[in-house]
Write a protein that binds this ligand. Structure first.
Ligand code: HEC
Ligand code: HEC
Ligand code: HEC
Ligand code: HEC
Length: 169
């Protein structure tokens, strides 16, 4: 009889654990930005950048067109049905120009958020939070996964009303 209860208890625990896991969001996967044109300009000076679409586009609802663009008559007509081109397809005759395009886009938004709300957790001068060593990527993924459960309401509000060049809602 005891043995029977024990098995029941174990299966109940297993069931609960499975359910808790099932409710969790799929694991965060960082995307490596490794623009092929940089390789042509010579060796990278910093590790390539890894960043999370989940954190930006899903959690904080940054629209796709805030980053992806294809201009026609001054209008950004990119939609998710279109292909994703490398930024260097259009930017960067020189390494400096290409670096500026990336930094202006990524850093530009982060800087603006910080101007409005200093405690926002967006990297600006902390180079190594965007330029991440490959060996540290999986640790970063786990950290960002945890972060997704503690969204900053204030930052979410700022994103909703953000007005900077090249930011579209
Ligand atoms: C908000 C994110 C972000 C931050 C912070 C950032 N960068 Fe970058 N940086 C990028 C992106 C994106 C690229 C294009 C990356 C690629 O192809 O891997 C880039 C490219 C570069 C490149 C050209 C590629 C290379 O490694 O030679 C240099 C140099 C660079 N960054 C230096 C810096 C320095 C120095 C800092 C800190 C003062 C910094 N970056 C902070 C996002 C960032
Ligand atoms: C914060 C900026 C940003 C936002 C917001 C963003 N993306 Fe991206 N996305 C990028 C960058 C940078 C790359 C890498 C481009 C490259 O490799 O040249 C990329 C790559 C991609 C790729 C190709 C790589 C892959 O993961 O398969 C797809 C598809 C894509 N984005 C779709 C989207 C869609 C759909 C949305 C909106 C739901 C979105 N992106 C929002 C910056 C962004
Ligand atoms: C339109 C605004 C916007 C743009 C453009 C943008 N970001 Fe962000 N970024 C955010 C917000 C919002 C967060 C989340 C802040 C938080 O977690 O509280 C964030 C967080 C991050 C983080 C920190 C993740 C962590 O917790 O360590 C990194 C790294 C990052 N962004 C990289 C990039 C890169 C690379 C680009 C350009 C391809 C980019 N961002 C473009 C708004 C932006
Ligand atoms: C199909 C060509 C094309 C691709 C691919 C492209 N851009 Fe652009 N980008 C443009 C054009 C054209 C403009 C000028 C728009 C204007 O100001 O009228 C522009 C403007 C910009 C600006 C100035 C501010 C703004 O958004 O208006 C930044 C920063 C930028 N691009 C960064 C990037 C980054 C980072 C990528 C890759 C994720 C990228 N671009 C991919 C063509 C492109």
């Amino acid at each position: 009889m005891r043995k029977y209860y024990f098995i029941l208890l174990i299966s109940a625990i297993v069931l609960i654990v499975v359910q808790v896991y099932a409710q969790q969001k799929p694991p965060v996967e960082l995307l490596e930005i490794r623009d092929s044109k940089f390789e042509q300009f010579g060796p990278y000076r910093h590790p390539p950048v890894w960043f999370s679409h989940e954190l930006h586009a899903e959690e904080y609802q940054v629209t796709c067109n805030s980053c992806h663009h294809l201009y026609k008559n001054g209008q950004n007509i990119w939609t998710p049905k279109r292909e994703v081109q490398e930024c260097s397809d259009c930017h960067g005759k020189t390494k400096q120009e290409l670096t500026i395009a990336y930094h202006m886009k990524c850093w530009g938004c982060h800087k603006r958020i910080k101007e409005i709300y200093l405690p926002a957790d967006v990297p600006t001068i902390e180079c190594d939070r965007c330029h991440i060593e490959k060996t540290k990527v999986s640790k970063e993924e786990k950290r960002i996964q945890k972060k997704l459960r503690h969204k900053q309401k204030k930052v979410e509000e700022i994103i909703k009303h953000l007005k900077i060049k090249g930011f579209y809602r």
